[in-house]
Design a protein around this ligand. Structure first.
Ligand code: MN
Length: 239
């Protein structure tokens, strides 16, 4: 059986917490592992490393998955941190940026989730709202806490003639855990889904590259919503 190797860029717990007895750990949310496994892929977590390692990591995988997490450091798009910025991890940013560039060079498909989609936009030349309060038309609750993550909370409108449009309905609901958002879209990307307040919720390549990005978290809803597992199925088997 063909099992595509899916490299999942891992996160690092860089604050000591009681959860891991004060140990620093590399991890990825379990939903990514389960989503890839259920789709028939072989998940491999890539630990945050020196950017020069990216080339070899990408050589060793078939496809790249970028997960959610910290805010993207605004120095990645040449801005100073605004007061509403939350935690950043510059080491993660520059490593994942190199993974994206290498995956494009080596023609390996990329799926990005939440922060991953924001970083993708930045790497390709776009910018972000450091916080949604910077967006004049902000009308939708995009940080759904304390509502549990398996519940989809806000609507999106999907461009039916797009990759994501082949997988999910044109009008549907998604969960939402972001306070940053895409601002200027990178020239290499097109928007393919929007929240009711105009915030971009999905992107793909404008140049036909195998790239799919979503702003929501399919890894947290896939066990209760069939349409969300379809994103993993498509990425692992068809991209
Ligand atoms: Mn949202």
């Amino acid at each position: 059986m063909n099992q595509p190797i899916i490299g999942i860029a891992g996160n690092q717990l860089i604050h000591a917490t009681e959860v891991f007895n004060g140990n620093f750990v590399t991890y990825t949310p379990q939903g990514f592992v389960d989503g890839v496994l259920e789709a028939g892929g072989l998940p491999l977590i890539l630990p945050i490393s020196a950017p020069k390692k990216a080339k070899d990591y990408i050589k060793s995988i078939d496809k790249l998955l970028l997960a959610g997490g910290q805010d993207v450091s605004p120095r990645m798009y040449h801005e100073e941190p605004q007061p509403t910025l939350e935690e950043t991890n510059y080491a993660r940013d520059i490593f994942e940026a190199e993974l994206i560039k290498e995956a494009i060079l080596q023609k390996k498909p990329i799926l990005t989730v939440c922060r991953g989609t924001q970083l993708l936009n930045v790497v390709l030349g776009g910018t972000l709202y450091q916080d949604l309060s910077q967006y004049d038309q902000w009308r939708v609750k995009h940080a759904q806490q304390p509502t549990a993550p398996q519940f989809s909370t806000h609507s999106i409108t999907v461009f039916s003639e797009s990759q994501i449009g082949q997988l999910i309905p044109d009008k549907t609901y998604v969960n939402s855990y972001h306070h940053q958002a895409l601002k200027e879209l990178a020239p290499g990307l097109i928007a393919t889904a929007w929240a009711a307040d105009g915030i971009i919720e999905a992107v793909e390549s404008s140049e036909g590259l195998p790239i799919l990005g979503v702003q929501w978290h399919p890894e947290l809803t896939r066990s209760v919503e069939e349409k969300e597992q379809k994103i993993f199925d498509y990425f692992v088997n068809e991209m």
